[in-house]
Design a binder for this molecule. Sequence first.
Ligand SMILES: C[S@@+](CC[C@H](N)C(=O)[O-])C[C@H]1O[C@@H](n2cnc3c(N)ncnc32)[C@H](O)[C@@H]1O
Length: 271
Amino acid sequence: MLKDQLSEEELKILRRSFEIIGDIAIIEIPDELISKKELIADAILKKHRHLKTILRKVGEVNGVFRVAKYEKIYGEETESIAKEHGCRFLVDPTKVYYSSKLSTERERIARLVKEGERVLVMFAGVGPYAIVIARLSKAKEVVGVELNRIAVEYFRRNVKLNKVNNVVVIEGDVAEVVPKLEGKFDRILMPAPYSAESFVGLVKGKVKAGGFVHYYTFESENNESMLAKKVEDIFLSNGIIAKAKFMRRCGSFAPYVNRYVVDLEYLGEKE
Ligand SMILES: C[S@@+](CC[C@H](N)C(=O)[O-])C[C@H]1O[C@@H](n2cnc3c(N)ncnc32)[C@H](O)[C@@H]1O
């Protein structure tokens, strides 16, 4: 659409893909093209007529809350409703983490959950894992723990919006909340802000034997073949015997660095 308005050099550095969250588009424009931002926004709006806002990412996802910095290119409203798997998520990406790129992974996990399971979602954000699981499975209870107060507010509103009655929302730091949770879980998800390594000790004694932990981490492609063993060793050094049963890439982070999930069967604790 822009081939008659931008030079060949400019077209080469133009980012072609972008994320859409409800009626908000999140785009990246290199500094060299910033004088063309109106042209770029117009082209996007011609193709995606429902958009109300276009945000330009000006800083990477950062800090404990994993929120990036944005500049408004078009529109004012930064709150929107994202849809996935028949669920709706009210979210403001300028204040809380949410990524539609993980929706396939959320569905994968939800389909693994068996009737009657008790599930814990650490780092729950605005609730997409917890709510997709509650909607697509017959879990008995899904507990979500999140630190960002604004994300917790959205999480509570999303529980109501999706009319799920088996989701328990807890505001707090997983390091303080998880040790106090009573009983064991059939499944614990660890979609941690960076690597989940420093949080592994928290799941010790919290999963039933034969239950599962879904461990998310970032790793270089070169180390992919060693990752399952590396994660099993991390669990062992935390006193947990766990066997990696499945592993997949579920996103990219930087060139040759991907987000991976490792599904581990929880076998017990070391004497
Ligand atoms: C990568 S995001 C994942 C959010 C959500 N699971 C999703 O898929 O949209 C990590 C989340 O962990 C939260 N977080 C970071 N440190 C935490 C902690 N110590 N305890 C609880 N939540 C934490 C952040 O605020 C952020 O919402």
